[in-house]
Design a protein around this ligand. Structure first.
Ligand code: AFP
Length: 320
């Protein structure tokens, strides 16, 4: 079976990007081992500190964040990095070619219940003369690569460099990622949706109506029954969408008027949007294609509707 390194070597990915991707993949191998260690690795539970989003950081979030930061600091190709867990952009090597943003442990509330978590990376090209946060203010369309590692029963790596989406699985016998799907394809139709239903009363009318119609099933306007899944880790929900299709959404809500959106553009929405688009799906806010958003700040949050083409288009028709 083809390893990630073999695949990259035989692809038209630049040597520099290959090196960076191997570094990111290695971070996943180490974090996967920590996650598997669970309580025995002494990594569960919360720290006292809060991150910039005002959320209590789990111990493993901090460990994963530091691990990635250290690995990327040692990588001369990285000009700067931005993490969901860092208040500010961290400078790297002045002549580095790449900017890396990441969510070190997505779905961290799942850690203590031994459920799915993962790591998400987005890679942008560095630009001459633009430093700090300003360097990251590029639309997701500019990403040269996006990937996630999902730490589940198996550790999997989904990767795109803008030429389709590929899936690798981490072989525990030699700690190598092996190619399991060279052309991930999201089915255009689905009968499965993912949304946090507990927020229903806070959604905008368009999303209220769309979900209402899904719930009517065979007797409603959609004339078919829908099933629901919610993993509470975007990385897990997107993996399901890439594996068998579906629609995943975290829409705008009024639960906390100061925070109408939940998911982060740079660390979650953009990399997942590229992976889903490259697999034939769609990713939108309801009003704008995610990858076309011009970011205004590093920790920006957005509404997300992504997945199977026809179903997302159907959902978007309610937003017109
Ligand atoms: P954390 O990484 O802070 O745990 O957040 C995960 C997440 O941003 C995303 O991965 C999930 O889809 C979403 O939150 C879950 O949100 P709910 O708590 O509303 O289920």
């Amino acid at each position: 079976m083809q390893t990630l390194s073999d695949f990259l070597r035989n692809s038209d990915t630049s040597t520099e990007l290959q090196q960076l991707l191997i570094t990111l993949a290695d971070c996943g191998v180490e974090i996967s081992a920590l996650v598997r260690g669970g309580a025995l690795a002494g990594v569960l539970g919360a720290t006292e500190s809060e991150n910039v989003q005002g959320e209590t950081q789990k111990k493993l979030d901090v460990i994963a964040n530091d691990l990635i930061k250290d690995k990327l600091a040692a990588q001369p190709l990285v000009k700067a990095l931005a993490s969901e867990e860092e208040d500010y952009v961290v400078a790297g090597h002045a002549d580095g070619q790449f900017l890396v943003s990441f969510d070190p442990l997505d779905g961290s509330s799942n850690i203590d219940i031994n459920s799915l978590v993962g790591t998400i990376f987005s890679v942008l090209p560095a630009q001459d003369g633009v430093d700090g946060e300003a360097a990251f203010m590029q639309p997701g369309r500019n990403q040269v690569a996006a990937c996630y590692m999902l730490y589940g029963p198996a550790t999997v790596l989904a990767l795109t460099t803008g030429n389709g989406t590929l899936m690798f699985s981490l072989d525990p016998s030699d700690n190598q990622y092996k190619l399991v799907d060279a052309k991930v394809t999201v089915p255009e139709q689905t009968a499965e949706f993912a949304i946090n239903m507990s927020n229903q009363r806070f959604w905008q009318p368009a999303m209220q109506q769309y979900i209402h119609d899904l719930l009517l099933g065979k007797e409603g306007p959609r004339a078919k029954n829908f099933n629901m899944r919610w993993i509470a880790a975007m990385v897990g929900d997107v993996h399901r969408v890439l594996s068998r299709g579906g629609i995943f959404t975290y829409p705008q809500d009024t639960k906390n008027p100061a925070k109408p959106f939940k998911l982060r553009l740079m660390y979650e929405a953009n990399p997942m949007a590229l992976l889903v688009e490259q697999a034939g799906g769609i990713a939108s806010t309801g009003y704008e294609t995610i990858l076309d958003i011009e970011p205004t700040e590093i920790h920006q949050r957005v509404a997300v509707i992504l997945g199977s083409k026809q179903e997302v288009e159907h959902c978007l028709s309610y937003h017109k």
